[in-house]
Design a protein around this ligand. Structure first.
Ligand code: GDP
Length: 323
């Protein structure tokens, strides 16, 4: 990778959910000058469990950007122990949502600060600082937004659907309770209006449950639509499959074709460019915006960095083309 002094310092804004998004966010953080990256995190997955405020996507981003994510589970912290969970189980407590001992410290501390009146964004920034993260991680809003999954048997709270029911119920739609009245974090609006902004990168996250909660904030959506910098999305679908998680299953249940084209159509006018995998090269003609075709599966750190650099170069080319 390029040396520190050749790294680009122009600001970049990324929108991300958890695991898939955080992989690219890490690549972006590594190819950009320290501090150039701001990642907007989905908070629709947040919930209160055992009296603690859990913010799964913020935590996945935080742990990933700090290099301390759990590589075995895909969520939570590395070097984890489970004494709390075992003891809770012995008491007959709720064990369907796993909280490791180290992870627990974050939830306890976050909840304590929230009770003292600190906004989630300030708490998130404090935790990131403690863990040595140079990028900014911003919750999409400090207001409560809660994702509900619609099923033929009625609405389900997101974590009950995702973790307890392991995404088995059929989905018929989603509702983001609180989104219509939620204020996007002001720094997100400031970043989107910044004439220096180099690009907005929509990470390869689940469009329905990771990115849509952000787009459901009316002022965030409007600011994204009005943003002068190119907005580039990376497909979370490769061929006819998601790399991981329920994105493909949800697409099929919602009656859409399971492919990258559906993702591009979903973002519609909001995006200026779309990145698909080489196996989807033929799909490019069916996508309404300029398409970059390259490998988009991120296995290694180098994959993350190269995809990040390619997406930014794609944005730069679109900017140059407009001039
Ligand atoms: P979650 O909140 O933990 O579900 O994470 P995200 O919504 O951010 O990411 C889930 C999506 O990431 C899934 O649709 C996956 O297909 C996608 N994904 C995971 N790894 C990769 C990868 O290496 N490349 C691409 N293009 N997508 C990926």
């Amino acid at each position: 990778m390029s040396s520190e002094k050749t790294k680009d310092a122009r600001p970049v804004l990324a929108l991300s959910g958890g695991v898939g998004g955080a992989k690219l966010a890490l690549g972006l953080a590594r190819v950009l000058s320290p501090g150039a990256l701001t990642v907007v995190a989905n908070t629709g997955d947040d919930f209160v469990h055992l009296g603690l405020h859990i913010a799964p996507d913020i935590d996945t981003l935080t742990y990933t950007l700090a290099g301390i994510q759990n590589r075995d589970t895909g969520w939570g912290r590395d070097d984890e122990t489970w004494s709390f969970m075992a003891a809770l189980g012995e008491l007959g407590g709720e064990t369907w949502f796993k909280l490791g001992d180290r992870d627990l410290a974050v939830h306890v501390e976050r909840t304590r600060q929230l009770r003292e009146g600190e906004p989630l964004s300030a708490i998130t920034a404090g935790i990131a600082r403690s863990l040595g993260i140079a990028s900014r991680i911003l919750p999409m809003t400090d207001d409560p937004v809660r994702t509900r999954v619609m099923t033929p048997d009625g609405p389900m709270d997101f974590q009950r659907y995702f973790v307890e029911a392991q995404c088995a119920p059929q989905v018929t739609g989603f509702h983001f309770a609180g989104a219509a009245d939620a204020e996007p974090h002001p720094e997100i609006l400031a970043a989107l209006g910044d004439p220096e902004l180099r690009a907005v990168i929509i990470c390869p996250s689940n469009p329905y449950i990771s990115i849509d909660p952000m787009l459901a904030l009316p002022r965030l959506r409007a600011a994204l639509a009005a943003c002068a910098a190119p907005v580039i999305a990376i497909s979370p679908i490769i061929g006819k499959q998601a790399v991981k998680g329920p994105t493909a299953k949800m697409m099929a249940e919602l009656g859409h074709a399971v492919d990258a084209v559906t993702v591009a159509e979903h973002y519609g006018d909001l995006i200026d460019g779309f990145v698909v995998d080489t196996v989807d090269a033929s799909a490019a003609t069916r996508i309404a915006v300029p398409v970059m075709v390259r490998p988009i599966l991120m296995r290694s750190m180098s994959d993350r960095e190269q995809l990040a650099a390619a997406a930014l170069e794609f944005a730069d080319r679109l900017t140059a083309g407009r001039a």
